[in-house]
Structure formats: C-alpha cells, structure tokens
Design a protein around this ligand. Structure first.
Ligand code: SRM
Ligand code: SF4
Length: 583
C-alpha cells in the first residue's frame, strides 16, 4: 500500500497521512465560534465526510468592502447508491433543507441530493437528522469510491433490479471503514486508531490518489453516462432478458483545465467481461490497482484515466486479472441509444407505474407566485407508498405507483407546476451548480442556461427543428460536472459571461466533443449555432443526430479518444473544410 511520504507527493497526501483516518482537527474546528470556516487541512478532510466549505459568492465583494469574513456555509452531499429513497426519507430531507439549509434541494448529476447553505453551527444537527433518516454522506466526496450510480429507468425491472443491487453492493464494499464519521458527527464512541489493514482494508491510511466514480448501466439506456466514469458495469443480457454478466469499463473522466493540454476529458475503455459472481471482486481490484498505480504527486494527473493512458489498457487488465486470480473474458456486444431520461409515465413488469418528472437543472424550490416544486414533491411523498428515484440527469422518478394512486399524484403534479414536459432542447439540457456556491466557477451555469435555451429554442423553431432532440450541457468551469464534453452542444465557462463552445459529442454519450469556438458571449453562442442549425435542417439524413451531422459534413472533427481532445479544434477544422461541404 502506498503510504510512504516523500516531498514530491501532493499536499493532500500528507493531509490524509496525518489525519488519523479522516479525523484531522474536525471535532475541535466545529466548536470554534470565532469563524464560520474550518482549517485548510480540515477543508480537504471534510470532503470524505460528504461536505465542502463554501461561501456565498454573490456577497463576497460587499463583505470584503465591509471587512467582514466571507459568508461561509457548507454544502452537504448524500450517498444514495442508485439514487433510490423512500417517501419517509424524502420528507426528512425536505425538512432538513427548510430548517437547516437554504430551503432548496439540489438533485445532482450523480443521482443524489445536495443541501447548500448549512452554517457550521447547524452541521452536527443536520448530520444527525440525515442519520435519523437512515441515510449518510460518507464518501459522497473525497479521494474514495463515491456514490455508485445505476440506470434509473425502472420499466425493465429484472435487469434494473440487478443493476441496483450491484450498485449498492459496490458502494458498501468500497465504503471507508473509519469510525471518524460516527465519532465526529453522531457523537459515537471514540475508537483508538489501529493498523491500516484493520481500519481501512481496501484503502489504507492515504485512501486513493483522487476521487473515484463507479456506475452500472443497463442498455439501451446510457442514462448514467457510463463513459464519463472511472469504473463502469454494463449489463449483458441473453435473448430472454436474463443477466449473463457485465462488461467492465475503466478510465472515463471529464475534468480538465483551460490552457493545460496535458489535462483532458476521456471516454472510458470497455476493458473486459466478467460473470455476475465476480463483479464485486473486479470492482475492488480495479480500485486497488488505481490505489497503488495512480499518480500521487500531481492531483491534475491522478485520476484513473491518466493511469490507463500511462500504463496502457492491456497492462491494467493484466494486473486486475492477477489480483482476482483468474482471466477475464473479452467484452460482449452491446448498444446504447441515448444518455437522456424518458419522461412521463411508464408501466413496469409488475403492474406498477413510474413517472419521470423534468426538474430544470435539478433545483427544487418554491418560487413565490410560480411553481412550488418543493411543496409539490413533499405532498406527493406524504401520500406515496412506493419510492423516489433520482436520475443522473438531475430529474426525479416517482416510482412504483399503484394504479389507484395515479390520479392523486397527477393532481399534485399539475397543482404545483411539476411537469414531465419541456421542449426537446430543454429536456435534454443540463447545467452544473456554479455560482453563487461553487468556489471554482468562472461563469454562471444553473442560473444562465434556462435563458440561453429559450434563445436557442427560438432559433431551432425558425428552422423547423423544435421537436428535434439535441443534448446541451453547460458548466461554469472546465471541471465538467454536467459532463459537457459528451453532449452534442457543450458550453464551458471561461470567465464572467464567456463560454467555450464544444460540438460533436455523440447523442448516446459515447464520443467526446471538440472545441469549436472560444470566449463566446450570449449573442455569440446564438449566432454561432444558428447557421449550424440551419444547415442541419436542410442537409441532414433522415434520422441523423445533430452531432453525427456535424461530424459527417466535417464541420467538426470526431474525437476518438481523450488524447485527441485538444487536436483539430473548430477554427482549424473549419479552415480545412472544402467549400461544398462547408456551405
Ligand atoms: Fe463536480 C468539483 C458540483 C458532478 C467533476 N463539483 C465540484 C465542486 C465540489 C467544487 C469544489 O471542488 O469546490 C462542486 C460543488 C458545487 C456546488 O456548489 O454544489 C461540484 N459535481 C458537482 C455537482 C453537484 C454538479 C451538479 O450540478 O449536479 C455534481 C455532484 C455529483 C455527485 O452527486 O457526486 C458533480 N463533478 C461531477 C461530474 C459528473 C459525473 O461525475 O458524472 C464530474 C465530471 C466527471 C469526472 O469526475 O471526471 C465532476 N467536480 C468535478 C471536478 C474535476 C475532476 C477532475 O478529475 O478534474 C471537480 C474539481 C476537482 O475535483 O478538483 C469538481
Ligand atoms: Fe463548479 Fe466547475 Fe463543477 Fe460547475 S463544473 S459545479 S463551476 S466545479
């Protein structure tokens, strides 16, 4: 296990090493009343407990002028494998949001909830309330395996059931074992430290080199965006719909830094096929190889995607096989058709129904005089006896609805402005949180994308494309939290009001996009896309997707793998396009 400290190691490695299994000085810091913050080292450690220290960036300038401390508060993220919770849990989360957070709930791109705006003095009470709902936040962030996603569409229930079971099992198997969480947040009894193999059998004292993300997908839906994740399992079914096993994907990731070509998004490789009974062992082996091989000297090069690039897929697979003690089979064929959600009602195999609601950018709140999404879902939770399922596209499914419940749920949906309907572009749109809470945001995202979509809808309608599904995703910085580099249109914040435009990501999330234009403001985005929409309307093949059209007509070069992400960018490509295809 990698525990040796040298001067070359990234700063976070030292913080983890001396933290006594994620304790640091968190317990003491919480009692410090002179500040709403915690120490810098503890800010890194608290992530493993599912929290980030943030400040309200809308208030920064004013508070600096008044010589006041930043308006600090915490974001808390839950661990909910597969994104399933009960109505009782929903009610408890709704209450926490209103009593201790900013009155909203944020559904994330990884099938869970976030609270924003929890001040330090409310942290422990909030964590105890989460525990009382039989939920936790352990490993929702930090250098560990995080919340494990599973395809949420419940209508093909047998395969989806298996996917959810696997997601839960992986989450449990790879969960940190440190007692620090119970000690600090739940007043659990203090347990003395021990040997790392005893306290953290999978991770050891320094955990992983970087965050690690796992998902389980059931074709033909790629609603978990499997190619964006470090580790993935794709259900392989026989002709009768029985599960044969799983294709294993490794090395996906989105994050990069503007102007640093050594950092790039990468789509995962389909490494091998494993039997159902081997899936957990394979998951653990992939994680431990990354634990031992991952780059602990440079956090910008520490994700599994770079380990695979540096060592090669064949060597990585051989090491996984060595650790599990048997060879893996080669991957089996599979097909994905989209990475979005299916909205509206679907009927399950067991006679129950499921309603997928569209939640714009995942934000649940009540707007005075407008939709009251928080209240609507609370009232549904009060009468519903099935479950709620979050999707990796920031939406929610009211799942397992009995026939006799349906009318009452539909009435609440319409009373509170909840909906399954949105225009084709809007229902395929996704934005990260960005301002005012995200400390890394360079530009707006959640608060801006809705109005940009309105402007683009008007242009699409003028070309007769109002009904065409096109994926569009925006992030406030290049970290890629809404997975913009595998959308057909990706917009990535460069500075206040300015975005880089990426085009050509496949509709099913299997191919990366390419930088097409830089530093566009609102009008520039609309005027750059408008002629491309026009050409698409006139020249496309009958069922051709927007991104496929752009690539076929050589308006955008296809990005076959992450290393090529920064090559042949838009302007270069355009200058080489022959007149007859460009026109
Ligand atoms: Fe993310 C950091 C929000 C999904 C890549 N992400 C952050 C932080 C915590 C900012 C920070 O470090 O201070 C953001 C908090 C904003 C806020 O105020 O809430 C943040 N990320 C989010 C969420 C809430 C976006 C959303 O709108 O839903 C998503 C929470 C997911 C969850 O429930 O766990 C979220 N983040 C993602 C994804 C998408 C995914 O995993 O499918 C990615 C791209 C995939 C990947 O990991 O490569 C992503 N977030 C990042 C990165 C870049 C990682 C990298 O390898 O470079 C950072 C920054 C970092 O880690 O240094 C980051
Ligand atoms: Fe923040 Fe950037 Fe992630 Fe958006 S993409 S939430 S701005 S870190």
């Amino acid at each position: 296990m990698c525990t040796k400290m040298t001067n070359d190691l990234a700063r976070n490695e030292r913080i983890k090493e001396v933290s006594a299994y994620l304790r640091g000085t968190l317990a003491e810091g919480l009692t410090e009343v002179a500040t709403g913050a915690i120490s810098e080292d503890d800010q890194q450690l608290v992530k493993f407990h599912g929290m980030y220290l943030q400040d309200d960036r809308d208030l920064r300038a004013e508070r600096t002028k008044k010589k006041l401390e930043k308006a600090f508060s915490f974001m808390i993220r839950l661990r909910i494998p597969g994104g399933i919770c009960t109505p009782a849990q929903w009610l408890q989360l709704d209450r926490i949001a209103r009593e201790y957070a900013n009155g909203t709930l944020r559904l994330t791109t990884r099938q869970t909830f976030q609270f924003h705006g929890v001040i330090k003095s409310n942290l422990k009470t909030t964590m105890k309330a989460i525990d009382a709902a039989l939920l936790d936040t352990l490993a929702a962030c930090g250098d560990v395996n995080r919340n494990v996603l599973a395809s949420s569409n419940p209508h093909q229930s047998r395969a989806h059931h298996a996917a959810h079971e696997l997601a839960k099992a992986i989450s449990e198997r790879l969960l940190p074992q440190t007692p620090a969480y119970r000690e600090i947040w739940l007043d659990g009894e203090k347990i003395a430290g021990g040997e790392e193999e005893v306290v953290e059998p999978v991770y050891g004292r320094t955990y992983l080199p970087r965050k690690f993300k796992t998902v389980v997908a059931v074709p033909p839906d790629n609603d978990v965006d499997i190619f964006a994740h470090d580790l993935g399992f794709i259900a392989i079914l026989d002709k009768k719909g029985n599960l044969k096993g799983w294709n294993v994907t490794v090395g996906g990731g989105m994050g990069m830094t503007h102007g640093e070509p050594d950092t790039y998004p990468r789509t995962a490789d389909v490494m091998a096929f494993c039997k159902q009974e081997d899936a957990l062992t394979v998951a653990e082996a992939v994680v431990t190889v990354q634990r031992d091989w991952g780059d602990r000297t440079n956090r910008k090069h520490a994700r599994l995607k770079y380990t695979i690039e540096d060592r090669g897929l064949a060597a990585f697979r051989a090491e996984v096989e060595r650790r599990i003690g048997k060879p893996l089979e080669d991957p089996k064929p599979f097909t994905f058709d989209s990475n979005g959600d299916r909205y509206g009602w679907v009927d399950g195999e067991d006679g129950r129904s499921h309603l997928t609601l569209f939640i714009e950018n995942g934000r649940l709140r009540d707007i005075p005089g407008g939709p009251s999404l928080m209240t609507g879902l609370r009232r549904i939770a009060e009468i519903h006896d099935g479950e709620f399922r979050l999707t990796a596209n920031q939406n929610v499914i009211i799942a397992n609805v009995r026939a006799e419940e349906r009318a009452a749920i539909e009435a609440l949906v319409s009373e509170h402005g909840l909906t399954s309907e949105a225009t084709a572009l809007r229902r395929n749109a996704m934005a990260c949180v960005a301002l005012p809470t995200c400390g890394l945001a360079l530009a707006e995202s959640e608060r801006y994308l809705p109005s940009l979509v309105t402007a683009l809808e008007e242009r699409l309608a003028s070309h007769g494309l109002a009904e065409d599904e096109i994926t569009i995703r925006m992030t406030g910085c290049p970290n890629g939290c809404a997975r913009p580099y595998i959308a057909e249109i990706g917009l990535v914040g460069k500075g206040p009001g300015r975005y880089n435009l990426y085009l050509g990501g496949a509709f099913d999330g299997s191919r990366l996009s390419k930088l097409y234009a830089e530093d566009l403001e609102h009008d520039g985005i609309v005027s750059t896309l408008d002629p491309l929409f026009g050409a698409y309307a006139k020249e496309r093949h009958s069922t051709e997707r927007f991104s496929a059209f752009l690539v076929r007509t050589k308006r955008v070069a296809a990005t076959e793998n992450g290393r090529d992400f920064h090559a042949n960018t838009g302007p270069l490509q355009l200058s080489r396009v022959p007149h007859e295809v460009a026109s």
